[in-house]
Design a protein around this ligand. Structure first.
Ligand code: FMN
Length: 300
């Protein structure tokens, strides 16, 4: 991992390969841009092609972009974790992250994501499988807890003890979903108790927020989700590098890439799902009412 990284967070439904390609091309100031989660299935071998397609073929084929793309997996106690780890290793994926934060009912019912915060022993076994079959950089992204924070200290020790190279903390419990403010004191707590690097995540919207999180928690780097969608130029701003933070430039490139691959209604649906993060007021409602891509373009 590079020093003092600014990392674009995994966002299911948003950070698909096309979205990430545009971020990586237009905003090289992001140190890393995570894939969203790949669910490791309970049976059968995971084909290489599925993993490559999840990362995005053109990203995978470009060593520099591949190096900037941590690959997130979602595993439950019945997943083929060891076998998937082997394939990730064969594919020379440089960084794999385990999702221990997803709050979705469906994911938790299948004993994945944040559910693992409530079952430290199961997390330990999954991490053991991954670590023993994958030798690249291995990280874990956790919440502060499932219903409460009672397992937090035990979980972070397991992450370190099972050989993960770094930890990201999104300090909300699963019950809090994405509501209210995240409690950064958990990031500071992890930083004090562990020797591996700790990445802080939650509610960063400005360069000042980045500085404040580092100052208050001592974290080794930051991860930004919704604030990055709202302002893809945030990493450049933080580094004092001149780059556009105009969302229309981002969206125009994104539309160009999308319309080559997808039907108009698919493109519009994708655009509308990120419009919520990007705009307010009159502009937002105009964009959300677009019936065609050309409407959307003209309202931009
Ligand atoms: C729409 C959406 C999708 C998300 N998908 C993922 C995901 O696939 N994997 C993951 O670890 N976290 C996921 N998260 C959580 C974010 O990565 C991040 O931890 C959270 O949004 C807090 O950071 P932020 O305040 O900077 O957005 C998602 C969050 C949102 C809002």
């Amino acid at each position: 991992m590079t020093d003092d990284p600014i990392i674009f967070a995994p966002l299911e439904g948003i950070t698909d390969p096309l979205f990430r390609e545009v971020i990586l091309e237009l905003y090289p100031e992001w140190s890393y841009v995570y894939t969203d989660f790949f669910r490791i299935p309970p049976e059968g071998r995971v084909p290489k092609a599925r993993l490559i397609s999840h990362m995005g073929e053109s990203i995978y084929k470009n060593q520099h972009l591949r190096d900037k793309s941590p690959f997130q997996v979602l595993a439950s106690p019945t997943s083929q974790t060891a076998q998937c780890g082997e394939v990730l290793e064969e594919l020379q994926i440089p960084w794999v992250d385990l999702n221990v934060g997803c709050p979705s009912k469906k994911v938790n019912a299948h004993h994945g994501g944040a559910w693992l915060m409530s079952e430290p022993k199961e997390l330990e076994k999954i991490l053991y499988s991954l670590r023993n079959n994958y030798s690249g950089l291995l990280s874990v992204k956790i919440r502060s807890g499932f219903k409460d924070d009672s397992n937090f200290n035990e979980i972070i020790k397991i992450v370190e003890g099972e050989g993960a190279d770094l930890l990201t903390v999104h300090p909300r419990t699963k019950t809090q979903m994405y509501l209210g403010l995240s409690d950064w004191s958990y990031i500071a707590r992890a930083k004090k108790q562990l020797t591996i690097p700790v990445i802080g995540n939650g509610d960063i919207h400005t360069p000042e927020d980045v500085d404040r999180m580092k100052r208050e928690t001592g974290c080794d780097g930051v991860m930004i989700g919704r604030g990055g969608v709202a302002n893809p130029g945030l990493a450049a701003l933080q580094r004092n590098i001149k780059n556009s933070n105009d969302s229309s430039i981002f969206l125009t490139s994104f539309i160009k890439k999308m319309e080559i691959k997808h039907a108009e209604e698919v493109c519009l649906k994708r655009l509308k799902s990120i419009t919520h993060y990007l705009f307010d007021g009159e502009k937002k409602s105009l964009l959300l009412r677009s019936k065609t891509l050309s409407d959307y373009r003209s309202f931009l």
